[in-house]
Design a protein around this ligand. Sequence first.
Ligand code: CO
Length: 213
Amino acid sequence: MSDFYNKILENNKKWVASKLALDPDFFNKLKDTQKPPLLWIGCSDSRVPANEIIGAQPGEVFVHRNIANMVIHSDMNMLSVLDYSVNALKVKHIIVCGHYGCGGVKAAMGSLPVGIIDNWIRHIKDSYRFNEHEIEQIKDENEKFNKLVEINIIQQVLNLAVTSIVQKAWSRGQELSIHGWVYGLDTGLVKDLDVTFSSGERLKDNSIYKLNF
Ligand code: CO
């Protein structure tokens, strides 16, 4: 077995010991139920560990991650997570957290085929096309990349807001806010993109679809 493999098994034992040292009942309290206030939809990128960057403890965040933090309306995996989070767990917040330097977004900006992922990120290419005028005004390649990362996050927040699951929750008055965040790999800091939706009202404003928040 590799050193890394052995190390992570050891790490688990140490982690359990450290939790029990603080609270001998830590795992006992968690075993029967969960009531997380937050659903996190993030990128699979190993450098953006959901719980860790927001200091969340076990039981506090329900997590769904995929390449480039996508919310695709026909994705049964995402829909199942969303349905369970909203209708069974009754989360109060959903955060779509993307990150600068996202490989999925970068691949969508290029024209070279990568593989199966080309189909997955096809939607990001569409976002690029819909916002081409604004993106093309940016001369610096890195700033262009950052802009598309942000546009992609905002688009996924909008995609979430119009799902039947979220729409139904709002129509029956359930407390639920959806937010868009971007994470900086080089700083560890998140930035709230100020695209929070707490009801269907904001969706009636046509200007939001131009993504110029
Ligand atoms: Co990424």
